[in-house]
Design a protein around this ligand. Structure first.
Ligand SMILES: C[S@@+](CC[C@H](N)C(=O)[O-])C[C@H]1O[C@@H](n2cnc3c(N)ncnc32)[C@H](O)[C@@H]1O
Length: 430
């Protein structure tokens, strides 16, 4: 079969440049990060990138690369998030006057820089465990003085995924019909797990040592008024702990905001659905009868790989109960559907749909390459070549669907569900 190439304006430049500038860490750091990882220095030159299958990663654990190609994808994705909120950067009602803002997992820092510009009296800290080219982000529109950068790995609870606990039972969820998966206790195992001792492997308490060392957890020198996370699916195992630390790190009345998106795979019109069961469950054994069969296959494989790696890929980490359990009040969720492709009639929607199409085409390899080569799907490991071959096939499917289906007066296409959840720490909290 002859392969159809994607149009040039939908292809990002794969000649990934090296990072131009690294994240600096001055002594005025707002985290006492040394108390988190006492043996680690936080100078960016000490960080080594991991080269793997032609991509560059910040370490051996996090599944997404941090190279120039990913930086470009995240920068366009940032624009999609902003367009989806009609130009707004946050759904929280924070005061534009003096406030301290933390962007946790800031990546190339687009949101942090935009917030710093929009709120010139705010103090914005962008924190990430990987080193990105922040110079480019800052230069793009002028470097704000009120943003600073820190390197830290905030996953202080260890990496043991307890594979036996994570018996991935894929029958429990139906990604075709239920894009917002509910919170699942398997995804975030109980709190009984021993935290990692800074600088060591797993914790072993020595009663003869009077000073047991710094307490595990996050230790910011000053609290924040807003802690923001975006695109952090698959970043942590213990989300209860993450939300508890966020709560602890906020000032009374402070806000948490978590943003992410989930794909909603298009379905056939009813008459074309393959014979399913009475409940309308789609059979995983007949993906070829459904639109985007390769994408479905990759989606399932990626979910399985993430389960095997111990870090679930869905957006259930944004479930309101996590915020409630941590003590947050005034919890509110905002959903926006973002079109995939140029199928909408409306000009604005068409524009955002095109931007998101570019993001999505690049997202598949970014999300799956390490997961499938390191953990594999339920049955086996994938080779990098196989991932890339399937990704190319999947991209063509997405592109074929990007103009939608149906007649000119009733076009239908598919969307992603963008979601923001916010919660407030009580004003009377300690
Ligand atoms: C998908 S990127 C999103 C970046 C950014 N928030 C955005 O929306 O453009 C996720 C980021 O989280 C960072 N990250 C993942 N786990 C982390 C951890 N344990 N501590 C700090 N940063 C982490 C990664 O290095 C990466 O830059």
């Amino acid at each position: 079969m002859e392969e159809e190439a994607l149009p040039d304006d939908l292809v990002m430049d794969h000649t990934a440049a090296r990072h131009k500038r690294s994240r600096t860490s001055d002594s005025g750091s707002s985290t006492s990060a040394e108390s988190i990882h006492s043996t680690r220095t936080l100078n960016s030159e000490d960080f080594e990138f991991v080269q793997e299958n032609g991509r560059e990663y910040g370490n051996h654990t996090y599944f997404m690369p941090c190279d120039q190609l990913e930086q470009d994808r995240l920068t366009i994705q940032h624009q999609v998030f902003v367009h989806a909120l009609k130009g707004k950067l946050t759904t929280t009602p924070i005061s534009p006057l003096q406030c301290r803002i933390l962007d946790l997992g800031t990546g190339p820092g687009n949101w942090a820089v935009a917030m710093a510009r929009q709120f010139p009296y705010a103090e914005v800290v962008g924190l990430d465990m990987a080193v990105w080219d922040l110079e480019t982000t800052e230069e793009n529109g002028g470097s704000p003085q009120n943003v600073s950068w820190e390197i830290d790995d905030l996953d202080v609870w260890g990496e043991d995924p307890h594979l036996s606990e994570l018996t991935f039972n894929m029958e429990h969820f139906d990604p075709y019909r239920d894009p917002i998966t509910p919170r699942d206790t398997l995804e975030s195992p109980s709190k009984s797990r021993q935290p990692r001792t800074p600088g060591e492997g797993d914790c072993s308490f020595d009663p003869l040592v009077l000073d047991p060392g710094p307490q595990v957890g996050w230790h910011f020198s000053e609290p924040f008024d807003l802690i923001h996370m975006r695109g952090m699916k698959g970043a942590f195992v213990h989300w209860e702990e993450v939300y508890a630390e966020i709560y602890k790190s906020l000032s009374p009345g402070g806000w948490v905001e978590v943003a992410d998106f989930e794909l909603m795979l298009p379905e056939m019109p009813n008459s074309q659905l393959p014979p399913g069961d009475a409940a309308g469950n789609l059979s995983q054994t007949q993906p070829d009868n459904l639109p985007l069969p390769t994408i479905r296959k990759l989606y399932f494989a990626g979910m399985q790989a993430a389960w095997k790696g111990g870090r679930h890929l869905g957006t259930s980490y944004m479930h309101a109960t996590y915020l409630e359990d941590a003590g947050f009040k005034d919890i509110r969720t905002t959903y926006v559907n973002v079109p995939v492709g140029t199928w909408p009639e409306d000009r604005e929607q068409k524009k955002i749909g095109k931007m998101f199409l570019v993001v999505l085409l690049e997202s598949i390899e970014t999300h799956l390459l390490r997961l499938l080569t390191q953990f594999g799907d339920a049955d086996r490991l994938w080779s990098a070549e196989e991932v890339r071959e399937q990704v190319e096939q999947g991209k063509r499917e997405i592109f074929d669907w990007s103009e939608g289906v149906g007649s000119a007066d009733r076009k239908e296409g598919w969307c992603a569900s963008f979601k923001w959840i916010i919660g407030r720490k009580s004003k009377n909290a300690e």
